[in-house]
Design a protein around this ligand. Structure first.
Ligand SMILES: CC[C@H]1O[C@@H](n2cnc3c(N)ncnc32)[C@H](O)[C@@H]1O
Length: 483
């Protein structure tokens, strides 16, 4: 049947579900009625969406790290440490790469190796292999809400086990966990698989259990212009809302220029409200998440703390509901629990110092916000045309045509023709627009700003600027100026 943005028929869903639960033995542990009852007994202070909604009302920014290790008790110890020593307001459970690719046999081998080695031999928590009881052990062992974070194109079984396992929030989407994460997964397939995920969340909602859903904002995390990540976020919001999701956190990866980043967070929330109400989705609570710099980090830990703190400051000034915290080990790999906790402490110090200082209103932010909204609308409206009014169909066709295009994505279903580069203030602009449906007025703004940078650097705008910008923050700068 042709892909469309339409709520999955429950009987059809249950038919698919029979196959989904067979993909690994732990799938047989999931009983929806029992899982709903289990979720209903989770106390309200452990419910992710609830805590986000309270933070939004209070106008504060919550801090959440990424974290995940192979074995259950070590993972619990890690999460407890991040709350007790780091002050984490919200917790993750980052899933390992094998599980993300449905390679459960290799995840199982990783569990055995970790037991033998006495340390984590996986880069995350293999929730599917551990199963229901272990997930409940994790979510019951910590005092704050826990969210599953991963990068899985086909996350159907992981979702079944995560929700039955007591996690009250779940990251990802059919575009955001495919195009930046996989090379060969057809977009139509991943969108369908994530319609299953969101339909399951919709079913929990209908039974009175609210589960927060967070499309993955940063995408490739490498110079992604706000209009691109916003377009994906709004598409995945519409797809999720159609399946009955009511608690949405939309995200954006820090680019580094304060005006652009604050404008990005504000425009994201406004665009979400605009499109959700336009398509008739009522009572959807929208919050925002700001990801501290997702690109290359400095090796030097003090410089890394500088990047982390700048991300914390921007999140607070933008009044994002949540900030995802980086660690001083970012350039090295999986952080120690101590380094992870240190990243959270540095972040919370800045959040606390800024929470009573609203950013002064300024014209530059308003102009930037309107530019981002115009760019994002141009993409979304063209996708709707391509889909004859259906955003799911329009998205598949739009990616084929390069109407939407994610810079530096590995997927062969992505056009990969955009070339982003920073302007003289460090804001991310476009050197090559690929096939984005922008008018000359918008293009001229980008060209002029990049030309200004070229003049100030005494060089013509070129691909070299893109390369220099990719390495700049790792080398202690923002704009990749020639030496
Ligand atoms: C989205 C990619 C980000 O997730 C981070 N990440 C991935 N796996 C883990 C992990 N197991 N523990 C802590 N951070 C992690 C990684 O450092 C990168 O910044």
């Amino acid at each position: 049947m042709q892909l469309q943005n339409k709520k999955l028929d429950w009987e059809q869903f249950l038919q698919i579900r029979e196959e989904v639960l067979k993909a690994w033995p732990t799938g047989q542990e999931v009983d929806l009625t029992e899982a709903i009852a289990y979720q209903k007994q989770i106390p309200v202070h452990k419910r992710f969406g609830q805590k986000l909604e309270e933070a939004k009302k209070e106008g504060i920014t919550l801090a959440q790290p990424r974290a995940g290790v192979a074995l259950v008790h070590e993972h619990i110890e890690l999460l407890r440490f991040l709350v007790e020593e780091g002050g984490a307001d919200l917790l993750p459970t980052t899933i390992d790469s094998y599980t993300r690719q449905n390679r459960y046999n290799e995840a199982q081998a990783g569990i055995e190796e970790s037991r033998t080695a006495g340390r984590s031999m996986l880069n995350g928590f293999p929730a599917v292999n551990h199963g229901l009881a272990a997930c409940r052990e994790v979510t019951e062992a910590v005092p704050v809400p826990v969210q599953v974070r991963h990068g899985t194109p086909d996350a159907r079984l992981l979702t079944e086990i995560s929700l039955a396992g007591g996690f009250t929030a779940y990251e990802g989407g059919g575009i955001s966990y495919n195009i930046p994460y996989a090379k060969e997964v057809p977009l139509e397939r991943s969108i369908r698989d994530w319609q299953y995920v969101d339909r399951l969340v919709g079913y929990y909602e209908e039974q009175g259990v609210s589960i927060n859903r967070e499309p993955f904002g940063p995408l490739t995390g490498t110079l992604v212009p706000p209009c691109i990540s916003h377009a994906v976020a709004i598409i995945e919001a519409l797809l999720a809302a159609e399946q009955g999701v009511k608690s949405l956190t939309l995200g954006y990866g820090q680019c580094g220029n304060l005006v652009q980043d604050v404008a990005a967070v504000r425009s994201l929330e406004e665009l979400a409200d605009e499109y959700l109400s336009r398509f008739g989705y009522q009572h959807v609570v929208v919050t925002t998440v700001f990801h501290q710099w997702m690109g290359g980090f400095p090796q030097d830990e003090s410089k890394a703390f500088g990047v982390i703190s700048w991300g914390a400051a921007t999140a607070a000034l933008a009044k994002a509901t949540k900030v995802i915290v980086k660690t001083p080990h970012e350039a090295m790999g999986i952080p120690t629990k101590e380094a992870n906790a240190a990243g959270i402490r540095a972040t919370k110090q800045v959040l606390n110092m800024l929470k009573d200082q609203p950013l002064l209103e300024n014209q530059e932010i308003t102009v930037e916000k309107e530019l981002i909204k115009a760019e994002t609308r141009a993409i979304l409206e063209r996708l709707l045309e391509f889909g004859e009014g259906d955003i799911a169909l329009g998205t598949v066709r739009g990616f084929q045509a390069g109407i939407i295009d994610i810079p530096f994505a590995p997927s062969r279903f992505n056009a990969g023709r955009l070339l982003p580069a920073r302007d003289h203030n460090g804001a991310v602009r476009l050197l090559d627009f690929g096939n984005l449906p922008f008018g000359e007025d918008i293009k001229e703004i980008h060209r002029e700003k990049i030309a200004q940078r070229g003049k100030s650097e005494g060089r013509d705008p070129s691909f070299q600027m893109v390369i220099d910008d990719i390495y700049a923050i790792g080398k202690g700068m923002l704009v990749g100026k020639p030496r």
